[in-house]
Ligand binder design. Structure first.
Ligand code: NAD
Ligand code: DAO
Ligand code: ZN
Ligand code: ZN
Length: 368
C-alpha cells in the first residue's frame, strides 16, 4: 500500500512529505493507522545529525497513537479496530531482561530496531525501490506503519489520539521516572531540574504520589506558571541564586529526597546529585547528554549515601503500564491538554521542529 509520510533524507535537512510504499505485516507484525504523533527532542536530535546512531533515509517519530488495521500471522493479542500506542521500548515478556523484573529495557528486538529494520532484518518502507528505514521501531511520522506486536500497547477506545499520543514518550518518561523508577513516596521532597516536556511530567508525577515540596529549577522564567499549575510548590531560577545546590538544600532541610535531571546537561546532572540528602538522596538522570559526554562528582558524595541512577521511558513496561497511564489521564489524575501547545498538519511538521528548537512549544502534535 501507499502511505503519506514525512521522510528524513539526510541529517540537517527539513523533512519532505512523500507517498511512500509500505509492505504489509509479516508474522508477529501489525499494520497501524497513526492518527496523531507528538514531535519530541529525540526526533530533533537524530535529524540534527548529532545522534551517532542516526540512520538515513528514515521515517522518524516515536510518540504516536492509532488504530490497528491488519494483523500478520501469529498475532494473538491485537485485532483490527484496537486502539494502540507504539512503544520504542517493547515488552516481549520472554527475554532475560523482561523476565528479570529488574528493568523495562526489553532486548527482544533491540539489534534490528537500532538498525532501522523490522525483526526479520528487512524494512517495510520504500520509495521508487529505495529502502527507507524505520526509526525507534515506531516511525510515527508516517500515516501507516508496521510495528511488531510486542511494541504496541493496547489502550481504551475513548481516549483522544491527539492527547494520548504524548504518553508514547514524554508523559510516560516523566511520570514513570517518579512512579516506576524512583517510586517516590508521599511526603518526600523532590527537586526537578528542567521544566520542559519531560520535567513538567515529573512535577505532575510527584504531585500525584503526594510529594511534599516539589521544587522546579529552570533558567527560563516563563516556565514557572505552567509548572505551578502542574504541582510545583517552589521555583528557583539558577541565574538568580549564588549556588543552586545550596538553594535546594536550604529549601529541603538538608537536601532533596529525590532529584530528577530533565535537561541532558552534565553540569546540571552533578548539581542534581549534590543537592540530594546525605544518607539517602537519589538522583535520577532522564536527560540525554550529547554523544561522548561524561559525568563527574566527588566519590564521597556516593560514599555518604547518595545514589546516581537513570531512567529510560520512565522505567515503564509499555504493554503493561502505558494503558494504566492512559486511564490516569482519562480519570483526571494527570493532565496532558495544557502541555500540547501546538497542533499541526503533517505538511507543517518542520514548523513543529522550529517551535521546539526556539523553545516556543512544550509539545507540538501532528494530527493526520
Ligand atoms: P525541553 O527542552 O522541553 O526542556 C528542557 C528545559 O531545561 C527547558 O525548559 C530549559 O529552559 C531548561 N534548561 C536548560 N538548561 C538549563 C540549566 N542549565 N538549568 C536549568 N534549566 C535548564 O526538553 P524535554 O523535551 O523536556 O527533554 C528533556 C531531556 O529528556 C532531553 O535531553 C531529552 O532527550 C530527554 N529524554 C529522555 C528520555 C528518557 O527516556 N530518558 C525520553 C525522552 C526525552
Ligand atoms: O535497550 O539499549 C536499549 C535501548 C534503550 C532505549 C531507551 C531510550 C531512552 C532515551 C532516549 C530518548 C527516547 C525518546
Ligand atoms: Zn521522545
Ligand atoms: Zn523482553
Amino acid at each position: 500500500m501507499k502511505t503519506r509520510a514525512a521522510v528524513a533524507w539526510q541529517a540537517g535537512q527539513p523533512l519532505t512529505i512523500e507517498e511512500v510504499d509500505l509492505d504489509g505485516p509479516k508474522a508477529g507484525e501489525v499494520l497501524v493507522e497513526i492518527k496523531a504523533t507528538g514531535i519530541c527532542h529525540t526526533d530533533y536530535y537524530t535529524l540534527s545529525g548529532a545522534d551517532p546512531e542516526g540512520l538515513f533515509p528514515a521515517i522518524l517519530g516515536h510518540e504516536g497513537a492509532g488504530v490497528v488495521v491488519e494483523t500478520g500471522p501469529g498475532v494473538r493479542t491485537l485485532a483490527p479496530g484496537d486502539h494502540v500506542i507504539p512503544l520504542y521500548t517493547p515488552e516481549c515478556r520472554e527475554c532475560k531482561f523482561c523476565l528479570s523484573r529488574k528493568t523495562n529495557l526489553c532486548q527482544a528486538i533491540r539489534t534490528t530496531q537500532g538498525r532501522g529494520l523490522m525483526p526479520d532484518s528487512s524494512a517495510r518502507f520504500s520509495l521508487n525501490g529505495q529502502t527507507i528505514l524505520h526509526y525507534m521501531g515506531t516511525s510515527t511520522f508516517s500515516n501507516y506503519v508496521v510495528v511488531p506486536e510486542i511494541a504496541l500497547a493496547k489502550i481504551r477506545k475513548d481516549a483522544p489520539f491527539d492527547k494520548v499520543c504524548y504518553i508514547g514518550c514524554g508523559v510516560t518518561t516523566g511520570i514513570g521516572a517518579v512512579v516506576f523508577t524512583a517510586k517516590v513516596e508521599a511526603g518526600a521532597n523532590v527537586a526537578v531540574f528542567g521544566l520542559g516536556g519531560i520535567g513538567l511530567n515529573v512535577i505532575q508525577g510527584a504531585r500525584m504520589v503526594g510529594a511534599d515540596r516539589i521544587i522546579g529549577i529552570d533558567i527560563n522564567p516563563a516556565r514557572e506558571s505552567l509548572a505551578r499549575e502542574f504541582g510545583m510548590t517552589h521555583f528557583i531560577n539558577p541565574n538568580e541564586v549564588d549556588n543552586i545546590v545550596d538553594a535546594v538544600i536550604q529549601l529541603t532541610d538538608g537536601g532533596a529526597d529525590y532529584s530528577f535531571e530533565c535537561i541532558g546537561n552534565t553540569q546540571v546532572m552533578r548539581q542534581a546529585l549534590e543537592c540530594t540528602h546525605k544518607g539517602w538522596g537519589r538522583s535520577i538522570i532522564i536527560g540525554v547528554a550529547e554523544a561522548g559526554a561524561e559525568i563527574s562528582t566527588r566519590p564521597f558524595q556516593l560514599v555518604t549515601g547518595r545514589k546516581w541512577e537513570g531512567s529510560a521511558f520512565g522505567g515503564a513496561r509499555g504493554r503493561s503500564d502505558v494503558p494504566k497511564i492512559v486511564d490516569w489521564y482519562m480519570e483526571g489524575k494527570i493532565k496532558i491538554d495544557p502541555l500540547i501547545t501546538h497542533t499541526l498538519k503533517l505538511e507543517d511538521i518542520n514548523e513543529g521542529f522550529r517551535l521546539m528548537k526556539a523553545g516556543e512549544s512544550i509539545r507540538s502534535v501532528v494530527i493526520y
